[in-house]
Design a protein around this ligand. Structure first.
Ligand SMILES: Cc1cc2nc3c(=O)[nH]c(=O)nc-3n(C[C@H](O)[C@H](O)[C@H](O)COP(=O)(O)O)c2cc1C
Length: 205
């Protein structure tokens, strides 16, 4: 079922980018690992004390197929850390390469000082199962709940479970991008199809 994702209906930080409706379609949870396995740069949204915030994140990894479990390292110095620890909810939004300049800037300022949704013209859209907002400008959005905080004190590592995922099938630019860690990035290129060799994975991929 595709709910009406009206940004005007969101109470999660408001609709800022001027886009009324978005075209997010339900994305099966069994497919979520395909979205993160290539390790794209992502945006992580939170909603805490009446305000939505967003940070850039590259230190994440898939840990289980379905329900999808995702390990994320969020520095304790980030405003998002407190929000994630307190609310135990977030959205992982996957941007495409046309947003790269904004994504880098989002990762170089803090929600402590600025409303990043407003500053970067992002459209927040009410999610279905969490209070953190979806980002209309992103290709995929994964609603997540924190299911394990056992490694937070030692490594700042949150284990998230994806509880709902969304795909914008009408988005033309679909290339995600990947960080080298030094301010340079690699953009998705050619896809090599080795499915025939994935014997053990036959029922999954
Ligand atoms: C390309 C890029 C990747 C980043 N990856 C991470 C990450 O994986 N974990 C993290 O804690 N911070 C990461 N950061 C830094 C945060 O995005 C940054 O500290 C941000 O300002 C935090 O925002 P906040 O204070 O509003 O939460 C990254 C920044 C950039 C530019």
């Amino acid at each position: 079922m595709v709910p009406q994702l009206s940004s005007s209906a969101t109470g999660n930080g408001g609709s800022i980018g001027g886009q009324g409706m978005i075209n997010m379609k339900d994305c099966p949870l069994a497919k979520v690992f395909h979205l993160l396995e290539p390790g794209p740069v992502v945006l992580l949204t939170t909603f805490h004390k009446g305000r939505a915030n967003v940070m850039t994140m590259t230190w994440h990894m898939m840990m289980e197929f379905e329900p999808p479990l995702i390990g994320c390292l969020v520095s304790g110095a980030n405003h998002s850390f407190t929000a994630l620890r307190k609310t135990r909810e977030c959205v992982i939004a996957i941007p495409t390469v046309d947003l790269i300049a904004e994504v880098v800037d989002i990762g170089n300022c803090s929600g402590k000082d600025v409303d990043k949704f407003e500053k970067f013209g992002l459209t927040s859209v009410a999610a279905k199962q969490v209070k953190a907002p979806l980002i209309a400008e992103c290709l995929f959005n994964i609603e997540c709940k924190v299911v394990d905080t056992g490694l937070v004190n030692k490594y700042n590592m949150f284990i998230l479970e994806g509880v709902q995922a969304w795909n914008d099938p009408e988005r033309k630019e679909r290339r995600t991008f990947h960080a080298n860690g030094d301010g340079t990035f690699v953009v998705d290129g050619r896809t090599l199809d080795y499915k025939m060799k994935m014997v053990k994975w036959k029922n999954i991929v």
